[in-house]
Design a protein around this ligand. Structure first.
Ligand code: ATP
Ligand code: MG
Length: 428
C-alpha cells in the first residue's frame, strides 16, 4: 500500500506492506530505524533483530539511503515517528542496494544541478512536480468546460513568431528550420474550424539573458479564440488562472505547506483582475522613482515594482507598437498602441501571460511586415488566413514554469521544471 493510505487507514496492530526508497536510516545494536519514502509520504520501519529473518536484518543494517526496499510489519502509533505511525517490521527486503548517495546537506547549486536526476527525489522537488501536474489538469478541465479543443501544433517550423533574435535554428533535410517559439499562428489557423483551441507544447527561446525567469525550453499553454476581442481574451485568462490557483489550493494543501506557500494566498486569486494601461504603468513607475518614458519596455525590475505589493495578478494593457509583434490589432483609441495585454503575477513575480487581439486586415499585415523588413515568404500560409473568412480573434500564451514559480514561490524558474534548460545547461 502507499504510505499515505496506510497512515489514513490507521488500524493499529494490522499488518501492512509498503515499498519505496530509504529516506533516512540509523541503527543501534539490535534495531534499525529505516524511514521509507514513497510517492505519497514517509514512514518509519522499525526493524528488530529478534522479529525478522537474519538476512532481512543484515540487509536493513547494510542498506544506505536511497536503496529501494519492501517492508511488511504491524502498524503502531508512535508520536515521535514522522506521520505519527511506524511499522514494526516482520520482513524487510532490499530490492536494490544504493551506493553512497552523492546528495547531502549544504551542497553547491552547480553540483545539485549536475545531479538533477537524483535531486528530483527530494521532497520539495516532488511537491513542485505534483503541483505542476495539478495545475495542468486544472487548466485542461477549465478549457474543456469552456468549449476549448486541445490541439497538437508542430514544433518544427519555418517561421519566427516572436522575432528572429531568440530562434534556435536547425537543418531540416537541407532546408533552414527552427524550433517553435509559440504555436500561435497554427492555433489561429485552427480557429477557423474549431473556434476555440488550446495547446500545451514546448517552446524554445535562445534567450542569452540569465534571469531567474527565463528558460531556453519551457512549456507553453496557449489559447486562441474566434469571435473574441481583447477584453474577452482577458476574461478568459483571468478565469483560467483563477481556476488553476483554486485547483492547486484544493488538491495540494500538503505539498503547498511543505514548500511554504499559504493556501489562503491562492484563494485571493479571483476574477476580475485589475487592469492598467501601459501608460498608467509608466506613471506608476515614475512615482516609484523609476525614470521611464513612453516606449520603454517593462523588464524584470519594472514588473517587480508594479506587482510586489499585490495579492492577485494584474493586466497591463495597450503596449506601444514598437515593443510588440507585428500581428497584433491596432488600438483605434490610441494608434500608438496595440490591443494587447500582459498578465503580471503578484508578489513581484511579473509576466506570466502575453496576449492580444490579432490583426485581421491583410493589407495592414503586409504593410507592417514590409516596414519591419520581415520576409513574407515563410508567412504566406499565415497571411492566407486573412483571405478566407477572417473573423475577429484573440489569443494568449501562458508560461507554465512562470506560473509554477509564482504559485510555489520559487526563487528561480529552473526549479519549476525537472530538467531545466538554460544557456549554460543542457545536462542531465
Ligand atoms: P519576457 O518579456 O518575460 O521575456 P516575452 O514577452 O518574450 O517574455 P511572450 O513572447 O509574450 O514572452 O511569451 C508568452 C509567455 O511565455 C510569457 O508571458 C511567459 O509566461 C512565457 N515565456 C516567454 N519566454 C520565456 C522563457 N524564456 N522562459 C520561460 N517562460 C517564458
Ligand atoms: Mg510577453
Amino acid at each position: 500500500m502507499h504510505i499515505a493510505d496506510v497512515a489514513r487507514s490507521g488500524r493499529e496492530g494490522s499488518e501492512y506492506s509498503i515499498r519505496g526508497w530509504i529516506y533516512r536510516t540509523r541503527s543501534s545494536g539490535s534495531i534499525v530505524f529505516s524511514v521509507i519514502r514513497d510517492e505519497t509520504g514517509i514512514m518509519q520501519c522499525t526493524v528488530k533483530k529478534s522479529d525478522v529473518a537474519q538476512e532481512d536484518f543484515a540487509g536493513a543494517q547494510k542498506a544506505l539511503i536511497e536503496s529501494s526496499v519492501e517492508c511488511s510489519g504491524l502498524l503502531k502509533k508512535d508520536e515521535r515517528a514522522p506521520g505519527g505511525f511506524e511499522l514494526r517490521a516482520t520482513s524487510f527486503h532490499v530490492v536494490s542496494f544504493a551506493e553512497p548517495f552523492p546528495i547531502t546537506a549544504n551542497q553547491s547549486e552547480p553540483f545539485l544541478l549536475d545531479n538533477r536526476h537524483l535531486w528530483i527525489r527530494s521532497r520539495e522537488q516532488t511537491a513542485v512536480m505534483k503541483i505542476k501536474e495539478t495545475l495542468l489538469q486544472g487548466a485542461r478541465t477549465w478549457f474543456r468546460e469552456n468549449d476549448f479543443f486541445e490541439v497538437t501544433p508542430p514544433i518544427l517550423t519555418t517561421n519566427a513568431c516572436e522575432g528572429g533574435t531568440t530562434l534556435f535554428s536547425l537543418k531540416y533535410f537541407g532546408q533552414d528550420a527552427y524550433l517553435s517559439q509559440s504555436a500561435q499562428m497554427y492555433l489561429e489557423a485552427m480557429t477557423a474550424s474549431l473556434e476555440k483551441v488550446f495547446a500545451v507544447t514546448p517552446s524554445f527561446r535562445a534567450e542569452k539573458s540569465r534571469t531567474p525567469r527565463h528558460l531556453t525550453e519551457y512549456w507553453h499553454m496557449e489559447g486562441e479564440e474566434a469571435w473574441v476581442g481583447n477584453e474577452g481574451n482577458m476574461k478568459i485568462q483571468e478565469e483560467l488562472v483563477s481556476a488553476i490557483a483554486s485547483s492547486v489550493a484544493k488538491e495540494r494543501k500538503d505539498d503547498l505547506a511543505l514548500i511554504g506557500r499559504k493556501v489562503d494566498d491562492l484563494k485571493a486569486v479571483e476574477p476580475p483582475f485589475e487592469r492598467i494601461t501601459y501608460e498608467r504603468a509608466i506613471e506608476l513607475l515614475n512615482g516609484k522613482g523609476k525614470e521611464m518614458s513612453f516606449g520603454d519596455d517593462l523588464g524584470t525590475d519594472e514588473e517587480r515594482l508594479l506587482t510586489e505589493e499585490l495579492a492577485a495578478p494584474i493586466f497591463v494593457t495597450n503596449f506601444p507598437k514598437s515593443l510588440k509583434a507585428f500581428y497584433m490589432k491596432d488600438n483605434e483609441d490610441d494608434l500608438r498602441t496595440y490591443k494587447c495585454a500582459d498578465m503580471l503575477a503578484p508578489e513581484g513575480f511579473g509576466e506570466i501571460i502575453g496576449g492580444s487581439e490579432r490583426e485581421t486586415d491583410y493589407g495592414k499585415l503586409i504593410r507592417r511586415m514590409e516596414e519591419q523588413k520581415i520576409p513574407l515568404e515563410p508567412y504566406r500560409w499565415y497571411l492566407d488566413l486573412r483571405k478566407y473568412g477572417s473573423v475577429q480573434h484573440s489569443g494568449f500564451g501562458l508560461g507554465i514554469e512562470r506560473v509554477v514559480r509564482w504559485i510555489c514561490k520559487l526563487e528561480h524558474i529552473r526549479d519549476a521544471t525537472p530538467f531545466p534548460r538554460t544557456p549554460s545547461r543542457i545536462y542531465p
